[in-house]
Design a protein around this ligand. Sequence first.
Ligand SMILES: Nc1nc2c(c(=O)[nH]1)N[C@H]1C(S)=C(S)[C@@H](COP(=O)(O)OP(=O)(O)OC[C@H]3O[C@@H](n4cnc5c(=O)[nH]c(N)nc54)[C@H](O)[C@@H]3O)O[C@H]1N2
Ligand SMILES: Nc1nc2c(c(=O)[nH]1)N[C@H]1C(S)=C(S)[C@@H](COP(=O)(O)OP(=O)(O)OC[C@H]3O[C@@H](n4cnc5c(=O)[nH]c(N)nc54)[C@H](O)[C@@H]3O)O[C@H]1N2
Ligand code: SF4
Ligand SMILES: [Mo]
Length: 762
Amino acid sequence: MATELRRGYCALCISRCGCIGTVVDGVLTRVDPDPDHPTGAALCVKAKAAPEMVYAPDRILYPQRRTRPKNAADPGWERIGWDQALELLAAKMRAANPEALAFAVATPSGTALADSFAWLHRLAHACHSPNLVFATENCNWHKDYAPAYTFGAGIGMPDYDHTGCILLWGFNPAATWLAQASAVQRAKKRGAKLIVVDPRRAGLANSADLWLRPRPGSDGALALGLAHLLIEAERYDRDFLAQWSDAPFLVAEDSGRLLNGADLSPDGDPTQAVAWNEATGMARTCPARPPNAGARARLALRGRYLVATPNGPVICRPVFDRFAERCAAWPPGRVAEVAGIPADQVARAAELIADNLPLSFFTWTGTCQHDNATQSGRAIAALYGLTGCLDASGGNVWFSKPPLAEVMGFDWVSPEERQRTLGYRERPHGPPQKGWITTRDLFRAIVASEPYPVSCLFACGGNFMQSKPNTRFNDAALEQLDFFALAELVETPAARYADLLLPVCTAWEREGLQAGFQVSAAAEAHVQLRPAMVEAQGESRSDTWIVFDLAKRLGLAEQFFGGDPEAALAAQLAPSGLTPERLRAAPGGIRLDLETGYRKYQRDGFATPSGRLEFHSERLRDAGLDPMPDYIPSTERPGARFPLILTTAKWPQYCHSQQRHLPFLRRRMPEPLVELHPDTAWERGIQEGDWVEVTTRMGRIRARARLDRQLAPEVVCAQYGWWQYPDGAGDANRLIDGECFDPVSGSNCLRDFPCQVAAIRP
Ligand SMILES: Nc1nc2c(c(=O)[nH]1)N[C@H]1C(S)=C(S)[C@@H](COP(=O)(O)OP(=O)(O)OC[C@H]3O[C@@H](n4cnc5c(=O)[nH]c(N)nc54)[C@H](O)[C@@H]3O)O[C@H]1N2
Ligand SMILES: Nc1nc2c(c(=O)[nH]1)N[C@H]1C(S)=C(S)[C@@H](COP(=O)(O)OP(=O)(O)OC[C@H]3O[C@@H](n4cnc5c(=O)[nH]c(N)nc54)[C@H](O)[C@@H]3O)O[C@H]1N2
Ligand code: SF4
Ligand SMILES: [Mo]
């Protein structure tokens, strides 16, 4: 018996936990943590199920072509060869004009798609397709892109090694990002405080110094309320705000517009904002980067000023004064009313934050999956801005990343082509600016040619029939596609509509590059080329292999490094000084000698139009949107028929709609659950373990009741993605209306939808 140990990392979710695989006679038998790896402290149950995943009987192992009509119960799959399969797909792609050709990709945060994410984008862009379906609006958009309107970049990462207080807001890393959960626990042991904001007392909320239980969707109100308490107590970083944020910039009271240099004199600089100098009692222009500290003027943050302009006097107030006024509308009593959090707990949270700086925070889907996500996110970002901890030691830091070549090819799509992206016209400040579209918009285009027809779709995973809310036209759209090719591991509900099924190998059977493991400066400097633990099963291939082969067939070899993935990898690595060979010789990975500096804005400014952290976004104002954060109640409010609030969450056993077919995991979570308060259950005659029905104005699903005394009696938490269970039970997304969405990002009410629960009588 030949036993081999192989170092790698688990690629199944964003955590990318360092691991060691055991391979006996070419068979993967187990996977264990790699304690020498920066994210290798622990593995979750999904990694433990790796052998079952590789050898699962349900896997697709050969390319297959449909032989029956799309509405037939059985597609009549016919096995074909790779050459025939890819030639068929290439012919269909060549025949479709670029905007009629769409791509789709599974989330790289909850699958191993990160391996090929960049290459699939490169292919779409080389084809000049403006449309790529990606769950970003409900996922990472609100932490990686939307914060750019405040910070000029994403939220960065808590500097756990130096932080004084951690705020986890709608983020449960114990279930979803093990390496962050470990980092939080280490920081807590060192003495850092922990505040968790979550309607459920899940994961680290159990050991937090303070657990705040907001009503789902009320996060914006809480953020403004906390900001109010910090402002009222003057426990904010005045110097940071005056020098590095737009807080002192004057806004005209009548128009809500920022004043600029041209307002002070006809030959003034219109690119410079204006602030009130308290020392001279005069308005002055304000450079993005402040002059040396000695010459610093004392710029007003509060008050109302009369500024002389060539067109007469204008009444102005600093941005900060206007922001403070918005926050003042949220005293603890009102937060308690709207968010359901007792006033003394709101006060306690503000105190904990102010007493334990530096503050760091992480927020993810708990605050993102709402139709008010953009504004809630801005409110949280603004609250964080007050502390002055951004990019400071112990705050949220942008750690230095391994320098890799940019290979996604975003700039191959011209601005004119980009404007054709589905949803771009309605949401130019959201994901469509990167070509990322929602299924709602895709399906409308397919079914109603609105605003133009889409006829051909190539998807690398992504189970959007399950993971997206109820979009009208779900089935009709996929049926009407002229051609749909799907690269998958298993036959998902979407596969029923595919013309061509391409077998993909699991991450355990293919190589993958991870440049940076995110959770600390050291982890972010770590680069690893994960080896294939075992050979690919059947004729399955990696997504990257498929993309490169297709590119060659489409005459795009030149854009794809001669069609050679190895040459492409070398080119991608070149700026880092690494080579594929060097990485293969160091299977545990290589730590680059990168240094992370703090407060990099002092050198570079923030990547916003003003060069400063922006409480007021003139870009959003120009787009007719509110330039300042606010709390916007969800459009969907509970009422007499649907008095409860439906939310969802993730569990350690599964990623989204996957893995239900693996017995090791299924034993640990055999059936779809719905969590509810014992009083809510009692009123309805429901007992622990009963099958119940959850209903919304969109439909009904079944699930097993699990009683949880820590929930608010009005909150119900269901699951989604249970397609491998009879009768569509447990699929909460069938209950949610995909026509309700955030006006900027397109995010949906996956966490905040009115519902009712009833016992199912036998
Ligand atoms: N096991 C597992 N891990 C995963 C994934 C997976 O599917 N399974 N998916 C990966 C992906 S793609 C992502 S995006 C991440 C997501 O990672 P997380 O954001 O941590 O995922 P969730 O558990 O869905 O949501 C976090 C918490 O938000 C809470 N919540 C619900 N509604 C609200 C609300 O209105 N306000 C607030 N403040 N909180 C609310 C939930 O109770 C939950 O505990 O996880 C990644 N990791
Ligand atoms: N109600 C509700 N809905 C949600 C969420 C929620 O919290 N609540 N979370 C949302 C979030 S955060 C996200 S990111 C989306 C996720 O939505 P999706 O990106 O659609 O994720 P999955 O549903 O897990 O589907 C992934 C599919 O890709 C396949 N796959 C896995 N690995 C590979 C691979 O390496 N190659 C290929 N070709 N295929 C692969 C899997 O078999 C699976 O069928 O769901 C969203 N939906
Ligand atoms: S948390 Fe689990 S699934 Fe995610 S990378 Fe770590 S071991 Fe894999
Ligand atoms: Mo996600």
